[in-house]
Design a binder for this molecule. Structure first.
Ligand SMILES: [Zn+2]
Ligand SMILES: [Zn+2]
Length: 225
């Protein structure tokens, strides 16, 4: 048997175990998608609706927040998502112990909608991350600079998170979906596929969206395959 076939067999066995132990019968992928993009989209719309007479300097919040979010994604993924960290054990468990065993470089696509359980952030983690990391910064910025800066920070953070979820979802869709073959998306998808190689996952391609952090810290890599 080739190493790829052995790896595919390991993934198949883990998928069966995960579906049995972690996907309850009442799980509805459509509701999970609706929560992520419906609640996330509504919160984004509220943030944008609160902007008023934004000054040129205040718009700088958008690119700065984008960079902050990209580096948070990078260090969050390079750190607690791949190393067990006190207080963030659930993140490690879900990412390294589950997501990376459900999907490896030889088995990237989901088999059915129910497998989205292994791709999207669980609602509880989504609320936790936004409340723990985005909200306090938005409030601080609003009190030390202006309301517009606070709302722009919150809006850009939410948009970044939703973009992350869309891209990560596309990386794990079967090739028959046209969006998965768009050239720009295809390049990002290939980087994530290389990250899913168990030999590379703890060292390379920690950005799931755009590889800015990976370029800055020298961890961008095309896999051997
Ligand atoms: Zn993935
Ligand atoms: Zn990872």
């Amino acid at each position: 048997m080739t190493p790829a076939a052995v790896e595919a067999g390991r993934v198949d066995a883990f998928r069966a175990e995960y579906r049995r132990d972690h996907v309850p019968p009442h799980y509805r992928a459509a509701l999970h998608l609706l929560f992520t993009f419906g609640v996330g989209g509504a919160a984004l719309a509220i943030c944008i609706s609160r902007l008023a007479d934004v000054q040129p300097l205040e718009w700088l919040t958008v690119p700065l927040t984008f960079l902050y979010a990209n580096l948070a994604e990078y260090w969050g993924h390079r750190g607690p998502m791949h190393h067990r960290t006190r207080g963030l054990g659930l993140v490690y468990e879900r990412h390294t112990r589950q997501h990376h065993r459900f999907f490896t470089h030889v088995a990237m696509p989901v088999d059915s909608l129910r497998d989205l359980r292994a791709v999207l952030f669980p609602p509880i983690l989504m609320v936790f991350f936004l409340a723990a990391f985005a909200l306090p910064v938005a409030l601080l910025l609003a009190s030390f600079t202006s309301g517009n800066v606070g709302w722009l920070f919150a809006a850009t953070s939410l948009a970044y998170f939703l973009n992350y979820e869309v891209l990560h979802l596309v990386y794990h869709l079967p090739d028959r979906y046209a969006v998965a073959r768009w050239p720009f998306v295809g390049r990002l998808r290939r980087l994530h596929q290389d990250h899913h190689d168990p030999r590379l996952m703890a060292q390379f391609n920690f950005n799931i969206t755009y590889p800015i952090g990976d370029r800055l810290f020298g961890t961008r890599c095309r896999g051997p395959g």
